[in-house]
Design a protein around this ligand. Structure first.
Ligand code: PLP
Length: 380
C-alpha cells in the first residue's frame, strides 16, 4: 500500500479501503464490510452522508480557510446549528481540530479559571495522545516512553463514589471523566459516581469536565451522555462524529464561566476552518432532522440483544450503552477483530479483552444479524 513512507502508529490489517457509503465500506477487491469501527466512532452519521457531502462540496468551492479574527458564514451556520443541541446554560463553544486538542483546551480553562494545578482523572481513562491529554490517560502502554508527563495528576478509581472526597482537595483545578469509557473498556459511569464528582468539585471550587468525544453526540441514545444522569459538568468536550467525518474538536462551557481567554492566550491555526464548520453544521442538522438519538436507542438495544445471544465459553458479558457496545471476552480480543474482518465486519478492541462495536446510527436489523452470525462463527 504506502510502503515505508508513512510512519506507522497502528498495526495494519493489510486491507485497502477505497469507498464508503453510510454503514458500509468496500475494499480494493470489491469486498463489502459492515463498519462497526467507524474510525473509532467518527463515521457515526455514515460514510459520505449525502447531507454532509453536499455541504462540504459547496463550501470547498467557496472558501476553506478563514482566520478566526475574521467572520465567516460557515462559522455562523455552525453556531446556529450547534445552539440547537446545547443543554440549557451551555452557550460558549471553543473550536479545535481534534479530540486531544479539545481536552488540552479544557485543562487550560480549568487551570486559568481556578489558578490551581492538580488534575484528577480515573482508572482506565482515555483522553488523547498529546502531552497534557496523555498525562491524564491511564494506560501505561501509551505513557511509558514519554515520561515525565504533566506531574500534577491523580488517578482515582472509576465508579467509586466513596473514593472521590479523598482525591478532590483544594489544590484540584479540574476533574475529568468519560461518562462512558471508550478505549478503557466500555464501562458506564453510575449516577452515584457522577453525582459524587459534582458535589466534591462544587464544594472545593474545582471544575468538572465530562469528556464526550466518544460517547457524546447521540452515541448512547441521548444527545449528550451526561444528560441521562441529570448531572451537569462545568465543561464538556465533543469531537469525532460531530464533524460528519471532517476533523473537529470542541469544548462546550457553562455560561457561568464567561469569556475565559484573553486575546493571544489560546489559539489554533486550523480551528474553525470553513470546511469543518460547514461539515459540522450539516452533520448537526442531519442529526436533529433524523432524531438520531431515538434511532440509536432502538438499534442499540437490538445490537446488545444480539451480542448477549452469543455469550458462552469465550464471551463473558455485554457492556456499554446505546451504539457504544462491548463484548467482554475471557481472552484477548485483538485476534477476533481479524477474524471478523474476514467475515465482512469491521470492529475494534477496547482495553485488552473487549471487542468494541461503534457502528453508524443507521445500522439495520440485517446488519446486526450479520454481526451476530459472524460472532457465532469466530467465537466457537
Ligand atoms: C474519550 C476520548 N477523549 C479524547 C480522545 C482523543 O481524540 P482524538 O483522537 O481526536 O485526538 C478520544 C479518542 O479516541 C476519546 O475516545
Amino acid at each position: 500500500m504506502n510502503g515505508d513512507v508513512i510512519a506507522r502508529y497502528y498495526k495494519s490489517y493489510g486491507v485497502e479501503i477505497v469507498r464508503g457509503f453510510m454503514q458500509y465500506v468496500w475494499d480494493s477487491r470489491g469486498k463489502q464490510y459492515i463498519d462497526a469501527n467507524t474510525n473509532h466512532g467518527v463515521a457515526f452519521l455514515g460514510h459520505s452522508n449525502p447531507d454532509v457531502v453536499d455541504a462540504v462540496v459547496e463550501q470547498v468551492r467557496r472558501i476553506v480557510s478563514v482566520p478566526l479574527n475574521f467572520g465567516n458564514e460557515a462559522r455562523d451556520a455552525f453556531a446556529r446549528s450547534i445552539s440547537t443541541i446545547l443543554p440549557p446554560g451551555f452557550g460558549k463553544v471553543y473550536l479545535q481540530n481534534t479530540g486531544t486538542e479539545a481536552v488540552e483546551t479544557a485543562i487550560k480553562i480549568g487551570k486559568k479559571v481556578t489558578g490551581r494545578k492538580t488534575i484528577v482523572a480515573f482508572t482506565n481513562s482515555f483522553h488523547g495522545r498529546t502531552m497534557g491529554s496523555l498525562s491524564i490517560t491511564w494506560n501505561e502502554a501509551y505513557r511509558r516512553a514519554f515520561q515525565p508527563l504533566y506531574p500534577h495528576v491523580r488517578f482515582a478509581p472509576f465508579n467509586a463514589p466513596h473514593a472521590v472526597d479523598k482525591h478532590v482537595d483544594e489544590d484540584v483545578c479540574c476533574v475529568i471523566v468519560e461518562p462512558v469509557q471508550g478505549e478503557g473498556g466500555l464501562s458506564v459511569a453510575t449516577r452515584e459516581f457522577l453525582g459524587a464528582l459534582r458535589s466534591a468539585t462544587k464544594e472545593r471550587g474545582a471544575l468538572l469536565i465530562f469528556d464526550e468525544i466518544q460517547c457524546g453526540f447521540g452515541r448512547t441514545g441521548s444527545v449528550w451522555a451526561f444528560e441521562k444522569y441529570g448531572v451537569y459538568p462545568d465543561l464538556f468536550t465533543a469531537g469525532k462524529a460531530i464533524g460528519g467525518g471532517v476533523p473537529i474538536g470542541l469544548v462546550i462551557a457553562s455560561d457561568a464561566l464567561g469569556e475565559v481567554f484573553q486575546p493571544g492566550e489560546h489559539g489554533s491555526t486550523f480551528a474553525g476552518n470553513a470546511l469543518a464548520m460547514a461539515a459540522a453544521a450539516a452533520a448537526i442538522r442531519h442529526f436533529v432532522e433524523r432524531d438520531v438519538p431515538t434511532v440509536v436507542r432502538a438499534a442499540g438495544k437490538a445490537l446488545m440483544d444480539a451480542l448477549s445471544s452469543v455469550k458462552g465459553r469465550t464471551a463473558l458479558r455485554v457492556k456499554g450503552d446505546g451504539l457504544m457496545v462491548g463484548l467482554e471476552l475471557r481472552v484477548k480480543a485483538e485476534p477476533f477483530v481479524e477474524r471478523l474482518l474476514e467475515r465482512g465486519v469491521m470492529a475494534l478492541t477496547a482495553s485488552v479483552n473487549v471487542l468494541r462495536f461503534l457502528p453508524p446510527y443507521m445500522i439495520s436489523e440485517d446488519d446486526i444479524d450479520h454481526i451476530r452470525r459472524a460472532l457465532l462463527e469466530v467465537l466457537q
